[in-house]
Design a protein around this ligand. Sequence first.
Ligand code: UDX
Ligand code: UDX
Length: 430
Amino acid sequence: MRISVIGSGYVGLITAAGFAENGHTVICVDVLQEKINAINKKKSPIYEKGLDEILKRVVGKNLTATTDLRKAVMGTDMTFLCVGTPSNGDGSVDLKYVKKASEDIGRVLKEKRGYHVVVVKSTVIPGTTEDVVIPVLERNSGRKVGRDFGVAMNPEFLREGVAIEDFMNPDRIVIGASDKKAGDFVESVYHGFSSPILRTDIKTAEMIKYASNAFLATKISFINEIGNICKKLGIDVYDVAKGIGLDHRISPHFLRAGIGFGGSCFPKDVKALVYKAREIKETPAILNSVLEVNKKQPLKILDIAKKKAGKLKGKRVAVLGLAFKAETDDMRESPAIAIVNELVRKGAKVAAYDPKATENAKAIFGDKIKYARSATEALRGSELALIVTDWIEFKNLNFKEMKKKVVVDGRKAINEDTLPNDVEYEGVCW
Ligand code: UDX
Ligand code: UDX
């Protein structure tokens, strides 16, 4: 199949690289020339495990990148819409990129011969594809969905850091389509995948994405709430999580308590669902609580730090980890943002280290903090260390150059059993 992918961000680029690796001919499109140049030079503009290796194999062969959307759509049979869907301040989804890309695709479809399917992969609130994307495509193409072209919604479930693995071996593939022909067309590009394929209507596919992320976020806030209670009762919530996770109805996944969830999806998607629910006069009590727990959770690490190490003013604090989770350079909605800002506000002197996210962090914190080149450098001379991201390299850290060896772990990243006796270690929920 000849596939064009509009928007070469995290989702678009993984999707494009994955389809190319599986033998399809793919054209990536983005409005940013530097992204396109990087891809054409076989260099991923984002850090994602395994992506550079795939780009080396496919770029120039069956994957090319361009800023020319028209040419890309004209030369392909299927177009995946992967532009960003940022959050407006009030939680609603900003659809300007989705609308703009749909207009551009529609104008090309006006001239294009042959059957074409437009597949929405961007996360959009149930109803958006039918109420916004399809009308814009029809208006700009002068053609009719179902008769002249097809539309489908095929949500992504890619976790950053393991996105290639998630693309190649998904738990399920969800395809919501305007009609059977469009759905069959999309299903054909997943030929060879052994995952279950679920065919639905368009808005059900849109809702499956939101319900999945909302459920996973709920699991995290739930275990954090249990963890906060455990902490006060002197119980390790990780033992509790193991105990409940063995019940197959609960499962052991997404029960890692700590400083809460961040990233480009969970916070934004839960807020968007809350916004939509309110708009249709529903009160989403559980989802509201999920967000409330998650808002407070990052600062738990500072409450504990203050109890252990006294006031933060003037204190030299090592912050280890800035990314919203390990194996990514992504800082979007990272719990590190609230933690570092509060440390700065309280007058602490922060030296931060992250194996990948330092450049992105500089854009957020500027010169308010120092950026160390290694964990050892950040720890040197500090009186308090906060573990904010669960990077594997933090498992067996050496704290001997700290001035005062107080360590508060927000992610259970450290192997507590191997710590020397002179390190005072405390976990957020254990
Ligand atoms: C994706 C999904 O699209 C979003 O709905 C989901 O919730 C999270 O994952 P992501 O890939 O992370 O977003 O976004 P981003 O990395 O910002 O990439 C979007 C890309 O689209 C950018 O490279 C941007 O330059 C490009 N873009 C944006 C276009 O090419 N055209 C536009 O009109 C707008
Ligand atoms: C998520 C979804 O998992 C994925 O399917 C897709 O919809 C995009 O959004 P991602 O944001 O990349 O993926 O990361 P994920 O591994 O889900 O973690 C999200 C956040 O939750 C991270 O901040 C992580 O540290 C946190 N988390 C995760 C926990 O605090 N505890 C857990 O048990 C699991």
